[in-house]
Design a protein around this ligand. Sequence first.
Ligand SMILES: C[S@@+](CC[C@H](N)C(=O)[O-])C[C@H]1O[C@@H](n2cnc3c(N)ncnc32)[C@H](O)[C@@H]1O
Ligand SMILES: [Zn+2]
Length: 405
Amino acid sequence: MPSKTFEPDFPTETVKEGRVAVLVPKLQAYVTDLSDYAPSKAPVFYNPVMELNRDISVLALQAYQRRTNKEISICEPLTSSGVRGVRFAAEIHGVSKLLINDINMRAVKVAKHNVKLNNLEKKVVVKHKDANCLLSCHGAPRKRFDVVDLDPFGSPVPYLDSAIRALRNNGLLALTATDLAPLCGVHAKACLRKYGGRPLRTEYCHELAVRLLAGCAATLATKHDIGIRVLFSHSTDHYVRVYVEIGYGAKKADESVKTLGYLLHCFGCQHREPANSLFNLESANCPECGSRMDYAGPLWLGSIFDKQFCEAMADENVHRAFGNSARIAKLLMLTTGEAEATATYFVLDKLSGKLGLPAPPVATILTKLRDAGFQAVQTHFNTRGIRTNAPALEMQRTLRSETLR
Ligand SMILES: C[S@@+](CC[C@H](N)C(=O)[O-])C[C@H]1O[C@@H](n2cnc3c(N)ncnc32)[C@H](O)[C@@H]1O
Ligand SMILES: [Zn+2]
C-alpha cells in the first residue's frame, strides 16, 4: 500500500475526483479565519473548486485525442498534488505517457504517492524541476509532447514560450489564467506588461480576457513560425481557460498575425467593432452616437470556440458521470451556439440600467431580436448576456419597446 511508504508531514485527507482517489491537504486545517483562502495556505496546493476545470480538461483532451486518432503524450509541468495528471492518465483513452512536474518537493512527494495509489506508475512519470527547464529540455523534435497543460498560480505567460516549443506540430496547449484583475482591466498596466495587450473594463471583459490570453499565445508562437487556432475556451468561477491548437509553418504564423487586432468600444452607447490597427483611433468616433471610442488589444479576433470541437466535448460528456456533468452540458450547449456568433455580447442589466429601464427577461429579448431578423444567442460568459449582430442602438430600441409594451 502506498500509504505505508509515504508519511506526509502536514494534515491530509483522501478525496475522490473523477475516477481517481487522491491524497490532498486537509483544507479545514488551514482555515483559521473566514477570509482565509485555504488552498494557497496549505504546503501543497489543492483547490476543490477547480474540479470542474479538470473535468472539462478531461473532455477537451479526450476530444483532441479522438481527433488525432493516435496515442498522445501529455505534460503537466505545474502539477501540485498531481490530481490533474493522475486524472488524465486514468480517464483519457489513448494516452501513451504523461510527464507531471512541480518545483515544490512536498508536492512532488504527494504526486508520486497519488500516481502509486492509482496504479499508474507505468504511464506517469513525476519530476522535480523548474517548469521552464523541464519544457525547454523537451524542445527538440523527438522529445516534444502532443499536449501541454499549464495550470499555474495567476498567469501562464512565464511558461508560454517554453510550452509552445515543447509541442509537436498540431499539438494542443491548455492554459488557465486566474489573474483576472489584470486581464479584466482592474490592473490595466499589469495586463499590458504581461500579455502585451490593453484590457478594457467593459461588461464583456471576460471575453476580452480570453482574447488577450489567446493573442499573447499567438504572438509568442509566431516568433517560432507557428500559428494557432483556438479550439475551446471558457470563463468559469475565478479563471479563464483557453485550448489552443498550434500548427507549424510561416504561412500559419502569418494567418495568426492577421487574426490579431483591436476591439473598439463606445462607453456612450455600448457600440463595439473590430479594427485591424489603431491608425485612425485619434479621430475615431462612434458611428452610432458620435462619442469618442476606447479600445482593447492587441488581442485574438478569431473564433474562440470551434463548433465541432464543442460538439465532440459534449459527446464525451454524455459518457462520463462527473458530479459536474449537468453544469458542463449547459456550458457546452451555450459555447456550441456561441461558436458561430459575433464577437462580444451585451449584458441586458447593464444596458437597461443605463437607460433607466427595468431589466427584461433574456428569452424575451432573444425572441424579439430573432423576429427582427438578427442573429441572437446566449453566452456562457454571462447569464444575462446576448451575442447579437444587432447594433447597440437597435438593442436600446428593443429594450425600450419591451418595457413600453
Ligand atoms: C495552481 S498550482 C497547480 C494546480 C494543479 N495543476 C491542479 O490542477 O490541482 C501551481 C503549482 O505550480 C508550482 N510551481 C510554481 N512555480 C513553478 C515552477 N517555476 N516550476 C514548477 N512548478 C512551479 C507550484 O508549486 C504549484 O504546485
Ligand atoms: Zn456610441
